[in-house]
Design a protein around this ligand. Structure first.
Ligand SMILES: [Mg+2]
Length: 111
């Protein structure tokens, strides 16, 4: 993802013709609950994919529909994670690169 996405994400969040929701009108805890809510939705879909894996009945959706839904829920979580980061003036892309490079250095990984 990139900075352009973060800018668009915040604009849509705050715009009167978007969600009309000022970023800082929610606390970090509020945004975290939103992130975890989406991860919970993803986990529920993954539970159903585990049923597919194990041959357990009970799903109403096809495996293909479940995989698409799993992808969407993870993406929902990312959108909220980006907003959570912005609420703390954290650039998520920069933060990810920083920790990735630090861990690579720590374990002696060379690309
Ligand atoms: Mg969702």
């Amino acid at each position: 993802m990139n900075k352009q996405f973060s800018e668009r994400n915040r604009l849509r969040c705050e715009s009167p013709n978007g969600f009309n929701h000022r970023l800082n009108s929610w606390s970090g805890s509020d945004w975290m609950v939103a992130v975890l809510g989406e991860l919970g939705e993803a986990a529920n879909v993954l539970k159903k994919l585990n049923r597919v894996r194990d041959g357990i009945p009970g799903n109403k959706e096809t495996p293909e529909q479940l995989r698409e839904k799993f992808s969407s829920e993870l993406a929902d979580a990312y959108v909220y994670l980006d907003l959570l980061c912005q609420s703390y003036d954290i650039d998520l892309e920069d933060a990810v690169k920083k920790v990735f490079e630090a861990k690579s250095e720590q374990i002696g990984y060379r690309e």
